[in-house]
Design a protein around this ligand. Sequence first.
Ligand SMILES: C[S@@+](CC[C@H](N)C(=O)[O-])C[C@H]1O[C@@H](n2cnc3c(N)ncnc32)[C@H](O)[C@@H]1O
Length: 292
Amino acid sequence: MVRRRLFEECASLLEKSGIEDARFDTSCIFEDVLEERHPLFSPQEEVPPEKEQIIRSLIERRSEGYPLQYLLGKWEFFGYPFAVGEGVLIPRPDTETVCELALEICRREELGSPKIADLCSGSGCLAVTLKKELPEAQVTAVELSERALPFLKENIKLNSADVRIVQGDVTDPVLAAELTGLDMIVSNPPYLTAEEMASLQTEVSYEPAMALDGGRDGLEFYRAIAKIWRSSLKEGGWICFELGDKQHADVGKILAENGFENITFRRDLAGIVRGAAAKRSGGPNYGKEGTC
Ligand SMILES: C[S@@+](CC[C@H](N)C(=O)[O-])C[C@H]1O[C@@H](n2cnc3c(N)ncnc32)[C@H](O)[C@@H]1O
């Protein structure tokens, strides 16, 4: 069958199955299987039968709501490639907002070779990107999941980023006490509420519950990290969190209660307050009050 006809058939199957970005997903699968950037530039070219079979089986799996990123086994974050698969959270564009916020602070504060810890690192998208963008930084990625760790290792290698891995529980004060003198903590912790966990979108239900579950009110990791990791930061050091929708007031309160100041928020492209940054009190008053 020629490319154009197969494409239309596949896209229409995904549309009928309720896949929102049916044509985009079909394009990604075509590009991946045919190993070409724009396969529809040659619409009348025959698709070899073995490739047609692979495309059809991927489309069928996608039509059942299986995540596109897991089918492809890779995804981009901040322009860098990341290996993904079951067991690790798929890097989201929302998280790029937090990455930008962290980079802005490091540059604004002229942190020459900042010591950074990425707590709840997962695929390592934040840790690896920060190391790539700030080559002088010393970056440590902390992750507990046995299933996520192989992806973290692979992504560090894939991007030739010198990031140290620590396997451990971010809610363990002993671990926090071992990682000190930090200029910055970044974290995209699990932040869904029990109610949200009970009604996940089909795609998200394939992602590890451990990466999503933030306890009854979704705030457990913010409470634990703000309390336990505060003294791992230098005085005047910064913390940057990714936030779930409508969590900013609660997280702002948690940060203030735990001795953080200059608390600012950042909206993502959808207008949701997605990032929070705050400074450990006690250091020189570097920061300026920011806006959303
Ligand atoms: C929301 S995901 C974020 C992953 C990645 N940083 C990102 O932005 O895509 C949260 C991560 O926290 C990890 N995690 C959950 N509980 C943890 C704990 N107690 N200690 C360390 N990591 C934990 C999960 O395995 C998951 O990889």
